[in-house]
Design a protein around this ligand. Structure first.
Ligand code: UGA
Length: 440
């Protein structure tokens, strides 16, 4: 087996990052995507999305010849004996379940071309039980039959930290019943294992579950503190101080305990829904019914943010001017999938306000998805003459803004801090009416 040549199928956030980082670690990598435009763009050294530091890694490895991209599955089967499946598994339009079309298409395209022993490692987030079905399908389709081994190795990278998280994962999980697959994964991980990273071997089902349960736990932690924010609002308590006090108990910890507008993006929301749908199919629906509350708490933060803005502006939104800071689902990303910021902005606009949005990276994508909103190319431009400012994604440039400077351009110094990113006393001292989620 030629261990140093790998293919990475699917070049979205996960696949493009994985391909470039594997090349960075010294492997010869062929990225495969059915989208020719994406292949051309990546081959020219341009990323179709914003990810700090990734474009440099991409260009360095294109230049040294270790990284190439193609739309041709036959080229991938010829080139590599290890294939990573990194295609997306979005929410289905008609239900909460995961759409496995891309995973199925990748397997059906690749497997018939595998004429010699090979290892296929799935990284996509899939409902538990999917991999076992894929193993059967590969055995049916691949000319090399049982010489093709399957493993599932979930990916835990965070957007915005993709390069770091791929090069320095906090654990590597491989689910497989094939010793050959496990030892291949161990060899591939050797560069990272030098740093003493836990390497966990499981069955296929457990590996699939590790990923969705990790995301379910993170979502639950965020919704827990946001539920405390709701109670704090009713009781006149301060959820930021509460979270700080909780965080000193190291059984609880302070990470993912940030109260605010809640979680969005292409992972957490759809993963908890797909997890519930799968539990339903498995006949254990009650085990995960709490996740529907997690989802509901998260959605309520969005409407609560709209309500706070309404209170501040003193009535209806019709004809009012609203400045929105942030469109991406979180800072350091241009990803607007299920973005809480854009949902709030669009709701306020649908209620009759003139809404102007600024985001350091996500403007282009936001404009395509929400042409009904206005867009500005700077923070000051977005809030000029605004009667209320909504801070909805906590980019560093918003955290650091000088309230005096902003006060000069707005119509009224009123702000809703949807991410608890600002110091209320500092803003109030400069004449702002400041409201935040979960604080008096
Ligand atoms: C998430 C997981 O963190 C990754 O481990 C996982 O690999 C990834 O999903 C995936 O399944 O591919 P990501 O969606 O990039 O990563 O973003 P997170 O950093 O998890 O943030 C998710 C959302 O939670 C954001 O909207 C963020 O604003 C929100 N959040 C996060 C809070 O509202 N409060 C917090 O304290 C932390």
């Amino acid at each position: 087996m030629v261990a140093e040549r790998i293919s990475v199928i699917g070049t979205g956030y996960l696949g493009a990052t994985h391909a470039a980082c594997m090349a960075e670690l010294g492997f010869d990598v062929l990225g495969v995507d059915v989208d020719r435009e994406k292949v051309d763009q990546l081959s020219a050294g341009r990323l179709p999305f914003y990810e700090p530091g990734l474009e440099e890694v991409l260009n360095r490895n294109l230049a040294n010849g270790r990284l190439r991209f193609t739309s041709d599955y036959a080229a991938a089967a010829e080139f590599a004996d290890i294939h990573f499946v990194c295609v997306g598994t979005p929410q289905r339009p008609d239900s909460n379940a995961a759409d496995l079309t891309h995973v199925t298409a990748a397997v059906e395209s690749l497997a018939p071309l595998l004429t010699r022993p090979a290892v296929v490692i799935g990284k996509s987030t899939v409902p538990v039980g999917t991999a076992a079905g894929i193993a059967e399908r590969i055995a049916e389709l691949a000319p090399a039959g049982s010489e093709v081994g399957l493993g599932w190795s979930p990916e835990f990278l965070r957007e915005g930290f993709g390069v770091h998280d791929t090069l320095h994962p906090n654990r590597i999980v491989i689910g497989s019943d094939s010793e050959r697959v496990v030892s291949t994964m161990r060899e591939l991980s050797a560069a990272q294992l030098a740093e003493d990273i836990p390497f966990l071997v499981t069955d296929l089902q457990t590996a699939e579950l590790v990923k969705v349960s990790a995301n379910a736990f993170l979502a639950t932690k965020i919704s827990f503190i946001n539920a405390m924010a709701e109670v704090s609002e009713a009781a006149g308590a301060d959820v930021m101080k509460l979270a700080q006090a909780l965080s000193h108990d190291d059984r609880i910890g302070g990470k993912f305990l940030g109260p605010g507008l809640g979680f969005g993006g292409g992972c957490l929301p759809k993963d908890i829904r797909a997890f519930m749908a799968r539990a339903d199919e498995l006949g254990v629906e009650p085990a995960l019914s709490f996740l529907s509350e997690v989802d509901a708490i998260n959605q309520r933060r969005r409407s609560r943010t709209v309500d706070l803005a309404r209170v501040l502006i003193g009535g209806g939104f019709a004809g009012r001017r609203v400045g929105v800071l942030g469109a991406a689902f979180k800072p350091n990303s241009d990803d607007i999938r299920d973005s809480p910021a854009l949902e709030v902005a669009a709701t306020v606009a649908s209620l009759g306000a003139t809404v102007t949005v600024y985001d350091p990276e996500a403007l282009e994508k936001a404009q395509q998805e929400h042409p009904e909103l206005n867009y500005a190319h700077s923070m000051l431009e977005a809030v000029r003459d605004a009667e209320v400012v909504l801070l909805l994604t906590e980019w560093g440039e918003f955290r650091d803004v000088d309230p005096k400077q902003l006060a000069k351009v707005v119509a009224e110094p009123r702000i809703v801090d949807g991410r608890n990113a600002l110091d209320p006393e500092h803003w109030r001292a400069h004449g702002w009416t400041y409201r935040a989620l979960g604080r008096p």
